[in-house]
Design a protein around this ligand. Structure first.
Ligand code: M6R
Length: 613
């Protein structure tokens, strides 16, 4: 087994750019097509001549954009293209990229999030700029217009100084119709050159057909592409040596970023996905979630968390936090049950609907019912403009990027992060004291690094997954908040490896299920909650006495004498331990499925989005 050790390659939108000796449009479209697998909601291109820019964009599929243009008739040899995964502003033609200045002399595409776009926008409006879209990206083209005095590299240098957040941008102008400019910070950008010209893209598959030798730009770098080559600079304008990386794999592997499956790729994207989700929310020790200002907590007597599958497990976690921090009656209900359970839902109720896709039929139906009954409804989703976000009163977004594998991984851990921030903020707004509040926020900010440490345990989890080679069952046990890790670990194992897995509260085993434990039965035990860890360890010993093969995940401090297979998570506040534990269990399920030769990305009988009740 080769363990993944890739760069943080995390992509939401798709970018392509070309300048050369042949028509640009087919190259731009083909490049976008190779990035299509990630999902997007709109697409667009700009082609350049010295006389004019030609920009065409469409909401919906790339094929719609393509069929709206007579492709062979476009002979321009320079252009940029984009497929958009909405983050600011709903999917629409106006919000699609490229964005162009008023004179239509500069056009840009952007991947990432500009955190301070509102304040920049206000300043630009005061200078007389008119905005066409709701996107954060549009500020970039107007800033460039503002600074441009004939030298686009200089205008880019001045523009990026104004931007906070993450970006990969690609720029063209009628003044230099055979040049494409790129700049990046915290969002990926690759460039390359062949005899036909120079290419740039947000990910390798888009240019792999033309060259396998690419330059992967680093943060704080910009580049100028001409038909004859590429030149790289830092943001101060100093020329840099280009570092060429040879890509040994083919297009199929490249779409997975060199990983074997999308699930593996998405597991490894978690440090970045978590960082992106927190971006702009935690600032100088304060939480910034203005969507929650609209929630009138004075009125709220009941809180319901409602979701399906893995998102339901995120709700179990949030339920525990509300119990700890918010002092309200709180339930966590499977969306498929919510409408039939006679739960108190009225104007004194806060209902939180958690869904990666934002399209799950049961969750949507539960939301509609709650709205009809007058509840305050918050959605937590990963997909901007999804149905759930349109019905909810307020929406909080995880920024996990498109999740392609059926098994949810990065969506779940980012949900845990966002729900923690949400409950924390609601409690603070009520003036409640949160025990260890500062430490929890500090540890959340360390979470990307902690998750990286967990990913380094992949070889160990692979080895432990072999325990299941000849087993048909596995048992996951834990108490208190560890129960969330237990149910999610069991679900992950079931859905991708088809090994039967049960999740139990550790103290409940002796009330019946322990009858199932025999020699070599695999028991995955979580003991990260200090208040009950010793008790959990006693429960585990009961299984060891019956011959179980135990994998124990616990803290650095916990005594665990006599256990052979022990993994210790880094020191972290116990309320956050579910996140690193989950990453270990994802790896465990992943390798179990690989050993059994399963189709990891598309397990049998399952769909990514369940749009039927
Ligand atoms: O898109 P949603 O989060 O609403 O999806 C909910 C479930 O269908 C989903 O989490 C499902 O359980 C996954 N396959 C779990 O990995």
């Amino acid at each position: 087994m080769i363990y993944a050790q890739k760069e943080d390659f995390f992509i939401m939108c798709g970018i392509t750019g070309f300048t050369g000796k042949v028509p640009a449009l087919p190259i731009l479209l083909k490049g976008l097509e190779s990035l299509e697998y990630r999902g997007y909601d709109s697409a667009g291109v700009t082609l350049v001549t010295e006389d004019a820019l030609f920009t065409q964009k469409r909401k919906g599929r790339l094929a719609d954009l393509e069929s709206s243009m007579d492709v062979p008739s476009f002979m321009q040899t320079t252009g940029i293209g984009h497929t958009r995964w909405a983050t600011h502003g709903v999917p629409s033609q106006l919000n699609s990229h490229p964005h162009t200045n008023e004179k239509e002399t500069i056009s840009i595409v952007h991947n990432g999030i500009i955190e301070n776009y509102q304040s920049i926008k206000e300043k630009l409006i005061a200078l007389g700029y008119v905005f066409q879209s709701d996107t954060d990206s549009e500020v970039i083209v107007h800033l460039l217009d503002h600074y441009y005095q004939g030298d686009m590299m200089e205008a880019i240098q001045k523009t990026v100084q104004q931007l906070n957040g993450s970006y990969a941008i690609c720029v063209v102008t009628t003044d230099h119709p055979d040049e494409v400019y790129v700049a990046k910070d915290s969002s990926p950008m690759v460039i390359g050159h062949s005899e036909n010209g120079s290419y740039c893209a947000s990910d390798i598959p888009a240019i792999l057909e033309y060259t396998k030798d690419v330059v992967i730009l680093e943060d704080g770098q910009m580049a100028k592409l001409t038909p004859n080559g590429v030149a790289v600079f830092d943001f101060a304008g100093n020329a840099l040596e280009t570092k060429v990386t040879h890509i040994p794999y083919d297009m199929n592997a490249a779409q997975k970023g060199g990983y074997t499956t999308f699930m593996e790729k998405e597991i490894y994207e978690q440090p970045v996905a978590i960082k992106e989700t927190m971006r702009g929310i935690i600032d100088h020790g304060q939480i910034h979630l203005p969507q929650l200002d609209a929630v009138d907590m004075q009125k709220i007597q009941y809180v319901h968390f409602v979701a399906c599958g893995t998102a339901y497990h995120a709700c179990l976690y949030a339920q525990a936090l509300v119990q700890k921090w918010l002092g309200r009656i709180v339930t966590c209900v499977a969306a498929s049950e919510f409408r039939y359970g006679n739960y108190p839902v009225n104007e004194n109720t806060l209902c939180v609907f958690v869904t990666q896709s934002g399209e799950t039929a049961d969750t949507l139906a539960a939301l509609k019912m709650s709205k009809e009954k007058g509840a305050q409804c918050i959605a937590v989703t990963n997909v901007l403009g999804s149905s759930i976000s349109r019905y909810a009163d307020q929406t909080l977004y995880t920024s996990a990027g498109p999740e392609i594998a059926v098994a949810s991984t990065k969506a779940f851990t980012t949900q845990l992060v966002l729900l923690t921030l949400m409950v924390f903020d609601l409690a603070k707004k009520e003036g409640r004291e949160i025990a260890d509040g500062d430490a929890i926020l500090k540890d959340l900010q360390r979470m990307p690094e902690i998750v990286k440490e967990m990913l380094e345990k992949a070889p160990l989890m692979d080895q432990y997954a072999h325990f299941l080679d000849n087993q048909y069952d596995a048992y996951f046990i834990g108490r208190q908040m560890d129960y969330v890790g237990v149910v999610e670990g069991a679900l992950k194992l079931k859905e991708i490896s088809y090994v039967h897995a049960d999740a139990y509260l550790a103290g409940e085993l002796k009330h019946g299920s322990i009858a199932l434990i025999e020699k070599d039965t695999v028991v995955v035990a979580l003991a990260t909650e200090p208040s009950v860890a010793a008790k959990t360890i006693s429960n585990i010993e009961e299984t060891v006495a019956r011959g179980a093969n135990v994998i124990l995940i616990t803290t650095q401090q916990q005594d665990a004498p006599g256990f052979k297979n022990v993994i210790r998570i880094p020191d972290i506040h116990p309320v956050l331990a579910t996140i690193p534990v989950t990453v270990l269990l994802q790896l465990f399920a992943y390798y179990a499925a690989v050993h059994k030769g399963r189709d990891v990305d598309k397990p049998r009988n399952l769909a990514k989005s369940v749009t039927v009740e």
